[in-house]
Design a protein around this ligand. Structure first.
Ligand code: SF4
Length: 361
C-alpha cells in the first residue's frame, strides 16, 4: 500500500489541482452549500451521516424553516424535534442535535464554536462531521473521512485491507491531500467525487480527474476495492405488537425510554417472542409486564419486516381489547390513550408508521 508520505509534492499539487478543476465544473449545487452559516451546514452534515442527499433535501429545508437558529432548536420541545426527524431514522442524531444546540446556547452564547477540540465535545459530532462543518463554514483546513472519502482514498492508494482496519492511514492521506489554500472546496470536491464518480459500483474511472494517479484503476481493481469486512449475519427478532383499544375507541401508545434505541419516540407496545411462545401469549405477557394491564388478543392486523443496522425484526401486529387495569409506564417513559386521528401528531419510528397506515385503511 502506498504511504501518503511517499507522494511527491508535485503529485500532491496535481491531485489537488485536478480535483478542484473538476469540482468547478461538476460539483453539486446543494442547498447547504449556498450558506457559510455553520448551523445549517451542521444540520446537513448530521442528516447526511446515514442518509442519501435526495432524501435529506426536503427534510433539511423543512428543518431550517421550523428551527431557523441554534437557539430556536435549543428551545424546541424534544417531541417537536423527533417529529421533524420522523422518517429519517437513526433518531439518536436528532436527539444529539437538540442536546448539542442546548449545549451551544449554555456554553457558547448560542454561537457555533470554531475550534476543532470544542466542536468535538458536542454530542453527535465526530471527527469527520467536525471537519465537514469547519471546512465548509470557516474554510478551515480540517480533513474529513466519511464513507465516500474512505472508498475514494482506498482505491486511489490500492488499499487491500478493509478501510475500517486502516483508518489511521486513511486519515493521514486525507489530511495530506487536503489543499490548505482551498479546504472548503477540496473537501466538498472529495465528497462529490465519491458520490458521483467513484461510486460503490461501477466507478466512472474514465471521467475521474484522479485516474492517472489511481492504483485501483491501474490494476483494474476499481470494482474489487475497497475490500469489504466480513460481517456476521444480523440477528432476527420476532416481535408481538399490540394495538390496544379501550371502550371509548381509543388506542394505547407508549413513549420509549430516552436512553435506548429509538429513545423518546412513541410506539405500539409489545416485545420479543420467547422460544416456544405463540404471538398471542407473547403479547399478553409483554403488556402485563410492561404496562400492568390485562388484554384480550384479537385478530391479526399486519406483519411488518424491518431492518435496523444490527438486527432485523418481524412485527406481528394484532388488534387487542383492554380488559382491566390502569396502564402504567413500567418499562417506558409515558403511556397515553389517543384517538386514531391523533396518532399522526406523535413521532413514531418508521415500522410503526406502517401500523398507523394499516389502521387508517
Ligand atoms: S480512477 Fe476510478 S477508482 Fe480511482 S479514484 Fe477515480 S473513479 Fe475511483
Amino acid at each position: 500500500m502506498l504511504d501518503c508520505q511517499d507522494r511527491t509534492a508535485a503529485t500532491i499539487t496535481q491531485l489537488r489541482q485536478s480535483l478542484l478543476q473538476w469540482y468547478c465544473i461538476h460539483g453539486r449545487s446543494l442547498p447547504w452549500r449556498q450558506t457559510q452559516d455553520p448551523y445549517p451546514i451542521w444540520v446537513s452534515e448530521i442528516m447526511l451521516q446515514q442518509t442519501q442527499v435526495k432524501t435529506v433535501i426536503p427534510y433539511y429545508e423543512r428543518w431550517v424553516a421550523q428551527f431557523p437558529t441554534i437557539t430556536g432548536l435549543a428551545n424546541a420541545d424534544q417531541q417537536q424535534v423527533l417529529k421533524a426527524w420522523q422518517g429519517l431514522g437513526y433518531y439518536a442524531r436528532a436527539r444529539n442535535l437538540h442536546r448539542a444546540a442546548q449545549q451551544i446556547v449554555q456554553q457558547h452564547n448560542g454561537k457555533f464554536p470554531v475550534e476543532l477540540a470544542t466542536v468535538l465535545t458536542l454530542p453527535g459530532i465526530g471527527r469527520t462531521t467536525a471537519g465537514g462543518i469547519l471546512s465548509a463554514a470557516f474554510n478551515q483546513p480540517v480533513p474529513i473521512l466519511d464513507g465516500n472519502v474512505k472508498r475514494v482514498l482506498a482505491r486511489l492508494d490500492g488499499v487491500t485491507t478493509p478501510p475500517n482496519k486502516v483508518l489511521t492511514t486513511l486519515w493521514k492521506t486525507s489530511e495530506h491531500l487536503l489543499d490548505p489554500d482551498s479546504p472548503r472546496d477540496f473537501n466538498q470536491a472529495l465528497m462529490d467525487l465519491g458520490a458521483t464518480v467513484c461510486t460503490p459500483k461501477n466507478p466512472a474511472c474514465l471521467l475521474c480527474p484522479w485516474n492517472s494517479h489511481c492504483r485501483a484503476y491501474r490494476m483494474n481493481m476499481q470494482n474489487e476495492l475497497p475490500v469489504s469486512e466480513t460481517r456476521a449475519p444480523i440477528p432476527h427478532k420476532q416481535i408481538g405488537v399490540a394495538v390496544i383499544w379501550n371502550q371509548q375507541g381509543q388506542i394505547l401508545i407508549d413513549r420509549r425510554r430516552q436512553d435506548g434505541l429509538l429513545g423518546g419516540l412513541w410506539e405500539f407496545p409489545g416485545g420479543k417472542i420467547e422460544p416456544g411462545e405463540t404471538v398471542e401469549a407473547c403479547i399478553r405477557r409483554e403488556i402485563l409486564e410492561e404496562l400492568g394491564i390485562a388484554i384480550e388478543v384479537g385478530e391479526h392486523l399486519i406483519t411488518i419486516e424491518h431492518t435496523y443496522t444490527h438486527f432485523h425484526v418481524t412485527l406481528n401486529v394484532h388488534h387487542c381489547r383492554h380488559v382491566n387495569g390502569e396502564p402504567q409506564p413500567i418499562e417506558c417513559d409515558e403511556v397515553r390513550w389517543v384517538n386514531l386521528h391523533e396518532l399522526e401528531q406523535f413521532p413514531f419510528p418508521k415500522a410503526n408508521v406502517r401500523i398507523i397506515e394499516a389502521l387508517q385503511k
